[in-house]
Design a protein around this ligand. Sequence first.
Ligand SMILES: [Zn+2]
Ligand SMILES: [Zn+2]
Length: 351
Amino acid sequence: MISYEITAFNEPLVRAERPAPTPTGTEVLVRVQAAGVCHTDVHTRSGCYDLGGGKLLRMNERGIGLPLTLGHEIAGEAVQGGEQVPASMLGKPYLVYPWIGCGVCEVCEAGQENMCAAPRSLGIFRAGGYSDHVLVSHSRYLIPIPDIAPEVAAPLACSGLTTYSALKKINPQTLARTPVVVIGAGGLGLMCTKLVQALGGRGSLVLDINPTRLAAATEAGALAVFDTSQPGAAEAIRAAAGGAILSVIDFVGSVQTVELGMSLLSKGGKIQIVGLAGGELPLSLPMLPLRAMSIEGCYVGSLQELRELVQLARTSGLTPVPTVCRHLHEAEASLNDLEAGRITGRIVLKP
Ligand SMILES: [Zn+2]
Ligand SMILES: [Zn+2]
């Protein structure tokens, strides 16, 4: 089994070769066919998140141990199962739900494993998909994808799921009647633009500072796109909304983008922060009640939501975001390209 892993934070990934694990009990060994490259992987390799004010959240303080094989957007074929895995599951293609919790706490019991305080997420706390094989702890985390190509399905597990879960946290009437302001036209922002349409939303106003990414957002079906590095962008966004702005989803999560997003909100609006660019903000507390403003942090989504999303992708004709397929051995270069903003859409690694 060949994997690309972090052996030291803030250092290049290292190629490792070792025997593939043998699944026991409920475990399933999946032969990886596609593994999406996510911005979280860039953060994890760096070893920390920027909390602002010179403070860092270090990955080892989050319980992330090394060596670690990255990759949480995984699609592949179930090739071997433990004694409790039905033989009929083997030999078929699946999307892997990677946001695995402890499985026994009340949060996990309620189906919110992505919120578990003792996470075992693949590619973050356990070996992930930057490999030719990955061990999944239970067959219930495998979602059949008989009619979706692995490189199309893989990004659904994080960029798709995160976006879907964020959109589901918007009141359906609000989604149908008012546009969603999408900050950041990377993999998640483009996915969001497509999902707003698939869910019957009014549409999205997409903000970025990169003309290539903005063009991709137009291609993805945005109502309008805005280069926020240009003067007058905020006024243009309000004019394009043609009414209240009640939903902002920030896929960047920097001081500038969150400040902009909050300033755009009408009374009763909500900003959801998804991106982890980092920083800290002073917050005028009376403005929260006076503007009835909500600030919500979003972290991926549940197993049930991923099942719903795969169903939506299979039935709604949800077209994939632009995808660049690369060989697994380009994992390190792909992280560098993503970090430097040289990628439009998603990179998917294939062994
Ligand atoms: Zn991700
Ligand atoms: Zn749990």
